[in-house]
Design a protein around this ligand. Structure first.
Ligand code: OGA
Ligand code: NI
Length: 214
C-alpha cells in the first residue's frame, strides 16, 4: 500500500477585500440561513452598476421556469425579465471581484463545496412578481447560496416588491421580508423557499448563485 501526498492548490486569493463586519455576517450565514449587507458598495461604484443596468435593458427577456426539457415561460409563477451577465464586463469588475471574495469566504470559512457562480440581471416591471419557489431546479441541488443585489433608488415601503424568505424552524413556519433597497445585498441558502411580492414600481437587481458543479 502506498501513501500518496498531493499538493493542494487553492485557486482563490488568500484573503478578501470585504469589510470585516460583512465578513462576520457572512460567516454566520449557515446558522442564520440568510444575511443582509446594506450600503454595500461605494456610492460611485453603485452608480456605475446602475448605469450598466440601464444601458443593457434591451437584452432582457421573459424568464423561463425550470431547465432543459421542462423549460417553459410560466407567467403565472413569475413575470420578471432577465439576462445572464458575463463576468468579464468591464463596468462590473468591482461587482465580480466582490462575488469572488464572497465565494472565498463561503468556501474557506463555511466549508461550502462551491466551484463557481453565475449572475443574472433581473427587471420586474410594475405589476411583476415571482411566486414562492426554491432556487433549485427539480431534482438538482447545484445552487447552494443565492445573493441578490438591488439597484433601486428611493424605494418606499408602498412600492412593494419585497423579497420574502420562508424559514421552517422546528416545524414552525417563519418568514422575513426585505425591501429591495438600493445597494443592499441579501444572501441566503438557495434551498429556502422565497418569493418576490408584486412590485408597484420598476425593480432592478443582480442575482448571483454560488454553485457546486463545474
Ligand atoms: C430569483 C429570486 C429574489 C429577488 O431570482 O430566484 O428569487 O429579491 N429573486 O429578486
Ligand atoms: Ni429565487
Amino acid at each position: 500500500m502506498f501513501l500518496r501526498f498531493e499538493w493542494v492548490y487553492f485557486p482563490f486569493p488568500m484573503n478578501s477585500n470585504l469589510k470585516k463586519n460583512d465578513e462576520r455576517l457572512i460567516q454566520n450565514l449557515v446558522e442564520n440561513s440568510y444575511c443582509v449587507l446594506d450600503n454595500f458598495f461605494e456610492i460611485n461604484t453603485f452608480n456605475t452598476f446602475r448605469n450598466y443596468f440601464e444601458n443593457h435593458l434591451k437584452l432582457l427577456k421573459p424568464a423561463a421556469i425550470g431547465h432543459k426539457a421542462g423549460k417553459n415561460i410560466n407567467s403565472k409563477l413569475r413575470s420578471d425579465l432577465i439576462c445572464w451577465v458575463d463576468e468579464t464586463e468591464k463596468e462590473l469588475v468591482d461587482f465580480f471581484d466582490t462575488m469572488f471574495d464572497i465565494q472565498y469566504i463561503l468556501k474557506k470559512e463555511l466549508f461550502l463545496p462551491i466551484k463557481r457562480f453565475e449572475t443574472q440581471m433581473a427587471y420586474y416591471e410594475k405589476g411583476s412578481f415571482y411566486k414562492r419557489h426554491q432556487d433549485r431546479h427539480l431534482g438538482t441541488d447545484q445552487r447552494l447560496i443565492t445573493a441578490v443585489f438591488y439597484l433601486n433608488e428611493r424605494w418606499k415601503k408602498t412600492d412593494g416588491g419585497e423579497l420574502v424568505i420562508y424559514k421552517s424552524d422546528k416545524g414552525e413556519n417563519q418568514s422575513i421580508s426585505f425591501e429591495p433597497l438600493g445597494n443592499r445585498l441579501v444572501i441566503f441558502l438557495s434551498e429556502l423557499e422565497h418569493e418576490v411580492l408584486i412590485t408597484h414600481k420598476a425593480r432592478k437587481s443582480f442575482t448571483t448563485w454560488f454553485r457546486m458543479d463545474l
